[in-house]
Design a protein around this ligand. Sequence first.
Ligand code: ASP
Length: 355
Amino acid sequence: MKKLLLLFCLSLFLACENSAEKQLQSKSKPVDSTENFGIVIHGGAGTILKKNMSDSLEKEYKAKLEEAIKTGHKILADGGNALDAVQKTINVMENSPLFNAGKGAVFTNAETNELDASIMDGKTLNAGAVAGVTTVKNPINLAWEVMENSEHVMMAGKGAEKFAEERGIELVTPEYFYTENRFKSLQRLKKRESKKTELDHNANETAFTDPFIKDSKFGTVGCAALDKNGNLAAGTSTGGMTNKKWGRIGDAPIIGAGTYANNKTAAVSATGWGEFFIRGVVAYDISALMEYKNMSLQEAAREVIQKKNPELGGNGGIIAIDHAGNISMEFNTAGMYRAHMDKEGNLKIGIYEKD
Ligand code: ASP
């Protein structure tokens, strides 16, 4: 009997040791390289209608979207990280006057260009953001510097520009951002605003409820990427909204509103009427619905963009990619410049609702 008991204890001990060893092995296993990767971008959402677009302009947009997404895709295909892909992809769109970011940014009421940007790392939840900068050629690069080389998350205005100078970020004179189109848009909007003020003299309306601001085209740029190591990142860069006043800052540089990334869920970049994206904490809301309600990325994005955002009175869209490489390009406006490329290199570009 004693022998039997001893034998039983010995086998129990051996079994426990075996499973402890197994556990240790699985914990120390290197990060599983999935080899799955993908990238998705937007160049702004708004009243983008086929009837208002010439064939040649449409071609220009598509070519630039393709150039941008291929830049990031190559980085990912070569084994580069998601953050790098997001930053370099956004740089291509920031440098193009077609989009409302970097060169080609919209004008403020004071006829200046004030730029906002943010970037987030889904692996560490590190993030960087800048707001209201006027001399930084590529605001997403400064957001990256804030994230990587400062103990802060967000910097604004002159302080952010001082930091840019110290970090050797490329600076330009404010004239660099000038484009005739954007300047004319401001003049048109100002004219309509002064007419409307006359008409609405007695109506108790604020600029936020003003329908022509709601209808103005957007054009922010954003990117979300999944790299071969299973890491997600997202970034957004913008000139904000035409005719903005009083140092107004939108959702693009606000982590959780315009940009969010978390390896557990998804990487998201938003575009649209910023005030509503801030109030709805849109990018984080999509991630939270996935995390706490177990929704898929597409379900969460639809719930937020097709239901919650319009119910609040906002409009716009998002692009996102999840940890498995699923993507979403959801918008509630007439159009959104957008593109997606998967690991096989299949490219999808869209502008209008039906694309
Ligand atoms: N969301 C941006 C802002 O409100 C505008 C845009 O997406 O075009 O500043």
